[in-house]
Design a protein around this ligand. Structure first.
Ligand code: PLP
Length: 380
């Protein structure tokens, strides 16, 4: 029996059409897109198609999309680039619940003299816009706020934050890695300066990401080279990019059906869990959230133990962010929400995709109820 997969915020399984596009690319358009012969031209055409498909998912013009080796790289290109473009402004505002690829870059910049303000969140993970507004000064080069949190699925007021940043002459970046393909994104409506997405959260491959860069901004690269309009050096990973294009096209075309179907599964899961295990809690339940993410805790049962038992039962789920997996540190996101260390260490993440079914949700519910009962018996 193939495992039941509920860890889509870590990596979503590659879609069959993505695999087909990648294979076709490796077999038929494997040339260097910068080469001026027919094999290079076919790679260049594939790149152009993928750029249009990714741009369409976020309502952008294709020229505004820069491909990168990961969303982590895209985030860091935006942050460093914004500081370099900001005429001596040396202050960055972000939330305390950003992904480590943002927070670790900010910590590094702080050591070089950049002033960083991290805005906290409330018990449901919601960000206080008034605090954000108060933190932005005439020295602020960049406001960076994720669209949706990878651990809890909580959605952030990115449109309002973009307006606040703009009103003070600061640039605005959003890490939309978990939002892309799950909620509608239109860069024309929210007007960010930079927006990050990742291939492997969209049912494409790992090792490919994209950064939207608003027209008119001349973004300095992290890696110098002539590719990607001089914004990112390195021969493009055409097969992975082609796959990301197909994934973006499928996500855009299917979102209207996928989002409510996935939300119905999440509601079935959370309703069933809270009915059957009175000690269970859903983190961020009071905040607007992505349709696919459920961050839960079963009393103070250690998440690593529960995950191991689920895995033995053929069910793959996550705890907090994938990047922390293996380590036993409580998640910075959950601590920022005011959870205690034991509560944070008890938190599991069930993250769904369009490939999940109701019977799989019922199976994980049965498994969690059985695990909780067995652990209670042991403790008695
Ligand atoms: N931002 C968020 C919100 C994420 O969840 C992740 C991956 O977990 C990343 C950035 C980094 O993506 P990548 O693995 O493509 O570097």
């Amino acid at each position: 029996m193939s495992p039941i997969y509920f860890d889509n915020n870590a990596t979503a399984p590659p879609a069959p059409a993505v695999l087909a596009a990648m294979q076709e690319c490796l077999l038929e358009c494997w040339g260097n897109p910068s080469s001026r012969h027919r094999i290079g031209a076919s790679a260049k055409d594939r790149l152009a198609l993928a750029r249009t498909q990714v741009a369409t998912l976020i309502g952008a013009a294709p020229a505004a999309v820069m491909f990168a080796g990961s969303a982590s790289e895209a985030n860091q290109t935006a942050i460093r680039g914004a500081l370099a473009m900001s005429d001596g402004r040396r202050h960055v505002v972000a939330s305390a619940v950003e992904h480590p690829s943002t927070l670790l870059m900010l910590r590094h910049l702080q050591a070089t003299g950049v002033d960083v303000t991290l805005i906290g969140v409330d018990g449901d993970g919601r960000l206080d816009l008034t605090a954000l507004e108060a933190a932005i000064t005439d020295e602020t080069a960049l406001v960076s706020l994720m669209w949706a949190n990878n651990e809890t699925g909580v959605l952030y007021p990115v449109k309002e934050a973009a307006q606040l940043a703009k009103s003070r002459g600061a640039l605005f970046h959003t890490d939309a890695v978990q939002a892309a393909g799950r909620v509608a994104i239109d860069v024309k409506a929210m007007a960010p300066d930079f927006l990050t997405i990742s291939g492997h959260k969209l049912h494409a491959a790992k090792g490919v990401g994209a950064l939207y860069v608003r027209k008119g901004l001349s973004l300095p690269p992290l890696v110098f080279g002539h590719q990607e309009r001089g914004r990112r050096g390195g021969t493009e990973n055409v097969a992975a990019i082609a796959g990301m294009g197909v994934a973006a096209e499928q996500a855009a075309r299917r979102m209207e059906q996928t989002a409510p179907a996935v939300l119905a599964l999440r509601e079935r899961f959370e309703r069933g869990l809270l009915q059957r295990l009175p000690q269970a809690r859903v983190n961020g339940a009071g905040a607007p959230r992505l349709p696919n993410t459920s961050s839960i805790r079963l009393g103070l049962l250690d998440a690593q133990v529960v995950l191991e038992l689920l895995d033995r039962a053929g069910i793959c789920a996550g705890s907090g962010s994938a990047c922390m997996a293996g380590g036993n540190l409580p998640s910075h996101v959950l601590l920022a929400m005011g959870l205690s260390e034991p509560q944070a260490l008890a938190t599991l993440r069930i993250s769904l995709s369009r490939y999940n079914r109701a019977d799989e949700v019922d199976t994980v519910l049965e498994a969690l109820v059985a695990i909780a009962a067995a652990q209670q018996e042991r403790a008695a």
